[in-house]
Design a protein around this ligand. Structure first.
Ligand code: SF4
Length: 261
């Protein structure tokens, strides 16, 4: 079945030569058409972000419809922000984008948000958990999960969480877009003793982004904890645009199709 196309045009800089690529992707048995507009010349992973978000939305909608029909609707609701105390892994390009977002905020909001990041850094450091993470080191998914469990027990709210709701909803990371549960909302506060049933998704777009820097010389995933993005971007520059938009799209689609271990 062909559904309406998802227009996944990238953010476009003026006077940039663009290339529009039509894709058909099988998602949970449905063939979905996408039009992806990207720089024809040098591009970065951030140029693919609108397409990535479209993929998450389509996959999530299909899955929600399926599980709702099975009697397992989503239990996430506005004002329920316990999951925003988890260590949220984001891709490096998302960290740089969110840094720019914070820097563009009007005062005093910018300073308030930066203070929350500093407080998160302080508490992570106090708990000795900062030494568990060094983004110059690629890690396995199992190791990432182990580190994240220790972090959740600290109950540090995401600096963007306000009144238990996301204050940057339109710009929230891919992981936040993919994280939905069908188990009772109160179980999310006690994941070690209560069952938390995540919504299964036909594609894991966020996980694919963590593999984008992987190659034979550099196996493993690379990620930045959302709560540490300010300190991380202080010491890491954005990657230069060294490949074209179509080349990046080709790599992303190849990695999307690969099983993640
Ligand atoms: S970015 Fe928004 S949705 Fe994601 S953890 Fe922070 S407050 Fe929650």
């Amino acid at each position: 079945m062909t559904m309406p196309q998802a227009d996944a045009s990238s953010d476009k800089e003026p006077e940039m030569e663009l290339s529009t690529i039509a894709l058909e992707i099988n998602i949970a048995g449905e063939t979905i058409g996408f039009q992806v507009t990207l720089p024809a010349g040098p591009a970065t992973w951030e140029h693919l972000l609108p397409f990535m978000r479209s993929l998450v939305k389509v996959g999530s909608d299909i899955s929600q419809e399926y599980f709702t029909e099975k009697g397992l609707p989503i239990s996430c609701k506005a004002g329920c922000g316990i999951c925003c105390r988890q260590r949220v892994p984001i891709a490096e390009f998302e960290a740089h984008r969110l840094r720019r977002l914070v820097e563009s905020m009007p005062e005093p909001r910018r300073t308030q948000i930066i203070e929350r990041f500093r407080e998160a850094d302080r508490r992570v450091s106090e708990a000795g958990l900062n030494v568990l993470y060094d983004n110059n080191e690629a890690v396995s998914i199992e190791e990432m999960t182990r580190r994240s469990g220790s972090y959740f027990r600290l109950m540090i709210p995401c600096p963007f969480l306000e009144n238990e709701s996301c204050s940057i909803y339109e710009e929230r990371p891919l992981k936040c877009r993919e994280y939905l549960v069908t188990s009772p909302a109160e179980n999310c506060a006690e994941p070690e003793t209560q069952p938390v049933r995540g919504l299964p998704l036909p594609l894991s777009v966020y996980m694919t982004t963590l593999f984008l820097g992987e190659d034979a010389d550099n196996p493993g995933i690379r990620w930045v904890p959302l709560n540490q993005l300010m300190s991380w971007t202080d010491s890491h520059e954005p990657e230069p645009a060294s490949r074209t938009g179509p080349e990046l799209l080709h790599e992303f689609m190849s990695k999307l199709a690969q099983p993640k271990q």
